[in-house]
Design a protein around this ligand. Structure first.
Ligand SMILES: [Zn+2]
Length: 113
């Protein structure tokens, strides 16, 4: 259900940017989603269709780019994509890590006509 609010936010950004640029129709919207956001692309798509009716984004195609979890080791600074749930550094085996990627959610590009 929390995709409803995020879809509203994305749509309002699209409308604002399209308005500023004087765009009449948005054809494609490319959205970057980090896996840690927990947002499901298909749910965003589901809410987007009815929500975008009678807006510049009506009928626009959504394309999603999913970003993996990336961690940075506090001990040695290595940035890595964890392969398991243990989140241990592959170089020094430390589990003192910071999340450096995977929480992204933004509009990367829009194609307009
Ligand atoms: Zn390390």
């Amino acid at each position: 259900m929390h995709e409803y609010g995020i879809t509203e936010s994305l749509l309002s950004i699209v409308e604002q940017k399209a308005g500023e640029a004087g765009v009449e129709k948005v054809e494609t919207i490319r959205i970057v989603i980090g896996v840690l956001t927990g947002f499901a692309p298909e749910s965003i798509q589901f809410y987007f269709e009815p929500m975008s009716q009678n807006t510049v984004a009506e009928g626009a195609k959504l394309e999603f780019e999913e970003l993996p979890v990336r961690l940075r080791c506090r001990a040695c600074g290595t940035v890595f994509e964890p392969e398991s749930r243990t989140w241990a550094c592959p170089d020094c085996n430390s589990s003192e890590v910071d999340i450096s990627g995977g929480r992204e959610l933004y509009i990367k590009e829009m194609e307009v006509s």
